[in-house]
Write a protein that binds this ligand. Structure first.
Ligand SMILES: NC(=O)C1=CN([C@@H]2O[C@H](COP(=O)(O)OP(=O)(O)OC[C@H]3O[C@@H](n4cnc5c(N)ncnc54)[C@H](O)[C@@H]3O)[C@@H](O)[C@H]2O)C=CC1
Ligand SMILES: O=C(CO)COP(=O)(O)O
Length: 432
């Protein structure tokens, strides 16, 4: 048996350059001794065996269950951690049973004596409920709340990012140099990163900053309904990385399906990371507009009109800035129109916007009053989208997104929305 620490340059080359030529420990042993396989003989000639100190050890490519960590513990973070922990118990050959969930820890007043406090992580680990962000939902006992970000990721093979996206850059900064080199990731966040690289998908941002492959999960998924195990669908999108280590040794579509699919949570896995991410981010902006017209009491026709215009702008934004995304994703996948409909019907963005319309309060006050620490991501996303479109001098080409920004940040009256998004027919002039 090879020593655990032993590794060979040839083996490393095999791992990096061919997903098919994966060697188990036993195969590697045979390979070292003698082989009649012409591919191996040729490889031996080209890459003579040489002991090296570092790199991928034999043990690290041996088939082993993946360790999963969920980064985030809000309304959706905790729900997805529940889904994942239920699946790791059922598939011990694929996943380590215990799932870590990083918690941005906070003090929670005790029910019997509100003068005293208990830490949220402690409550989750003892009572198995997230009393603040997902109350009244029992969590699996193999889900471990961890207040230390670095400790929670130290052994992880799969990272599931699930935090409000305004906190992503700081978390990613803290993770640098602390995740395993071949860790794979899925982002459940909805939003964009707008910075020196222009407008970026959050999965691409994670890939660029941490050097790890990252896909996305997005769908018509109001967290409280999924947490109660009411049936819904979702879409996971993932592209195999160049250094894919082979089926059984690395994360692929099958592994992701098993990780997220539940009888009450049906998963479709595709390649179109951009398509599902754009739809997920921008439907939150459309939902704000929907909330405005609903809050003004304009009814279903107005809400439908907003969703029609919104869908058009979502697709146009994708085609303009992320040409790799596929139009069919918007209508075939849960992450497309279905997510737009569910969010506009009962999501937090629509609630916040309705409250703004009914009370005249600003978005940040409405969010504070209604959401108990949760986040309506459309409020930040509409600003990011405006900044990007402004840079490109294209705000006028996305009138609904721009109107939402002007209402939220510049107090433009909501009742002006129809005029702001109206596409004037060429034969209707200002003079008419
Ligand atoms: N809640 C939902 O129904 C769904 C949400 N999403 C998306 O998932 C992402 C995460 O959403 P939720 O889990 O619902 O979060 P949330 O809206 O419940 O936010 C609360 C979370 O933010 C954390 N937090 C507060 N301040 C922080 C800080 N300074 N640093 C780090 N974390 C901090 C809190 O500890 C808590 O875990 C968002 O992008 C959202 O759009 C996607 C699908 C469904
Ligand atoms: O993304 C969501 C549903 O898929 C949740 O939307 P809200 O954040 O508006 O609740």
């Amino acid at each position: 048996m090879l020593a655990k620490t032993t590794s060979y340059s040839l083996l490393n080359k095999c791992i990096y350059h061919s997903s098919r030529l994966l060697l188990t420990q036993q195969q590697h042993y045979k390979y070292n001794k003698m082989s009649t396989n012409p591919a191996v003989i040729a490889a031996k000639k080209n890459f003579p065996l040489k002991k090296v100190e570092s790199a991928v050890s034999v043990v690290s490519i041996h088939r082993h269950p993946f360790k999963v960590t969920v980064i985030g513990s809000g309304n959706w973070g905790t729900t997805i951690a529940k889904v994942v922990a239920e699946n790791t118990v059922q598939h011990p050959h694929l996943f380590k049973e215990q799932v870590e969930m990083w918690v941005f820890d906070e003090k929670i007043p005790k029910e019997d004596n509100p003068e005293e406090f208990e830490m949220l992580t402690n409550i989750i680990n003892t009572r198995h409920q997230n009393v603040k962000y997902l109350p009244d939902i029992d969590l699996p006992h193999n889900l471990h709340a961890n207040p230390s970000l670095l400790d929670s990721v130290k052994d992880a093979d799969i990272l599931v990012f699930n935090i409000p996206h305004q906190f992503l850059s700081r978390i990613v900064e803290n993770l640098k140099g602390h995740v395993k080199p071949h860790v794979r990731a899925i982002s459940c966040l909805k939003g964009f990163e707008v910075g020196r690289k222009g407008v970026q998908l959050l999965s691409s941002y994670i890939t660029d900053e941490l050097g790890i492959q990252c896909g996305a999960l997005s769908g018509a998924n109001l967290a409280p309904e999924v947490a109660k195990e009411h049936w819904s669908e979702t879409t996971v999108a993932y592209q195999l990385p160049k250094d894919f280590r082979g089926e059984g040794y690395d994360v692929d579509h099958r592994i992701l399906k098993v990780l997220f699919h539940r009888p009450y949570f049906h998963v479709n896995v595709i390649d179109d990371v951009a398509g599902i991410s754009i739809a997920g981010a921008l439907k939150n902006v459309v939902a704000l507009a929907c909330g405005f017209v609903e809050g003004l009491g304009w009814g279903n026709n107005a809400a439908a009109a907003i969703q029609r215009v919104g869908l058009g702008e979502i697709i146009k934004f994708g085609r303009t800035f992320f040409p790799e995304c596929k139009v069919e994703t918007y209508y075939q996948e849960s992450a497309g129109v279905a997510d737009l409909i569910t969010t506009c019907s009962g999501g937090r963005n629509v609630k916040v916007a309705k409250h703004m319309a009914k009370t005249g309060k600003d978005a940040f006050t409405a969010e504070k009053e209604l959401l108990n620490g949760q986040s309506a991501q459309g409020v930040i996303t509409c600003k990011e989208v405006h900044e990007w479109l402004d840079t490109c001098e294209m705000t006028s080409e996305f009138p609904l997104f721009e109107a939402v920004y002007q209402i939220v940040y510049n107090n433009v009256p909501m009742k002006n929305l129809p005029d702001m998004i109206e596409e004037l027919d060429s034969f209707v002039t200002e003079d008419d």
